[in-house]
Write a protein that binds this ligand. Structure first.
Ligand code: GLU
Length: 310
């Protein structure tokens, strides 16, 4: 039987220019797939239609081209796919795994609600076993949650290594559709990656805890688990995390000062893919790419030195 080709993906949120962290994740996603002669898929994650726009989607496509990160196909943007998400939502409903949740934001975030050390809350199951009469007494429309089992998930991340998760303790029953009818990220990503045949997910470390949530949904819908690689965060030399708010680090600014190969070379050097900081193209890096070379620690990147050619 022919070996199946890997399928990787870029999944940007078109709510602004890509910043350095997005570029880093996109570069590693591309290198992983292309170094194995695999495919790349682009998908615009525009569920939040208030914050996203086609204008940014166009700029992101153009920025990817400037970087030399090509892709084989673009799958439809998430904002156009609610009919498809409806189908997967109904599959969960038919299996009796969903229930309406009437809790308000302030109830969920009240100081007595159980919170984890990182500030996220664990849903305590308040609406899990309401009777039909109790449900009928609410006049507002509910969010919908999927029941999660009390069991351990083993995640083998290509960069972060092994970790164990238990959704019942990490987050509780998960919202899959908001009260305003909008499907949430976890549902949309799982459906989209599954239908596009994605076999490897490479993205920022801030999404690590989403992997077990998506693995659970994959299992319910019969999608195979992809390989995961959660890439380290980029830090300023003082240890501060670089983020979208650092406007001077988005591609709009960086493209005025840098050639794409200098930027790619700086990222490749910072994460351990090359021994010297020098301009390099993604194609050249792909020839030598292996995950073992990629450093696991957060990366400190001196962008001003980069801009001054230092
Ligand atoms: N759309 C998300 C972002 O731009 C990425 C989601 C994912 O890769 O699963 O941060």
């Amino acid at each position: 039987m022919a070996e199946l080709k890997p399928v990787g993906r870029f999944a940007p949120t078109p709510s602004g220019r890509m910043h350095l962290g997005n570029v880093f994740a996109a570069l590693l996603a591309w290198l992983s797939a292309r170094s194995q002669d695999g495919e790349m898929v682009l998908r615009m994650e525009d569920l939040d239609t208030q914050r996203t726009s086609e204008a940014y989607a166009r700029i992101i496509r153009e920025d990817l081209a400037w970087l030399g990160l090509d892709y084989d196909r673009e799958t439809p943007a998430q904002s156009t796919r609610s009919r498809i998400y409806d189908r997967y939502f109904r599959l969960l409903e038919e299996r009796g795994l969903l229930y309406p949740c009437y809790c308000t934001r302030s109830q969920l975030h009240s100081p007595d609600a159980p919170h984890l050390s990182d500030g996220t809350y664990v849903y305590p199951g308040t609406c899990r076993d309401l009777t039909d009469r109790q449900r009928a007494a609410f006049s507002r429309s509910p969010a919908w949650r999927v029941r999660v089992p009390d069991r351990v998930w083993n995640l083998e991340d290509r960069i972060q290594g092994p970790s164990q998760w238990n959704l019942a303790k990490d987050c509780g029953d998960m919202v899959v559709r908001r009260a305003d009818g909008v499907y949430v990220y976890q549902l949309a990503v799982t459906v989209d990656d599954g239908l596009a045949g994605v076999t490897e997910v490479v993205r920022g470390m801030d999404l690590l805890s989403s992997a077990p949530r998506q693995m659970y949904l994959q299992e319910l819908w019969g999608f195979p688990h992809p390989e995961y690689a959660h890439v380290p965060m980029l830090l300023a030399p003082d240890g501060r995390r670089l983020s979208k708010r650092d406007r001077d680090l988005d591609l709009g600014a960086l493209r005025q000062w840098l050639r794409p190969q200098s930027l790619v070379g700086a990222l490749a050097f910072a994460c351990g893919l090359i021994d010297r900081r020098e301009p390099v193209s993604p194609r050249e890096l792909a020839a030598e790419f292996t995950w073992e070379k990629v450093r696991r620690e957060d990366l400190r990147l001196d962008v001003s030195a980069l801009l001054n050619g230092g």
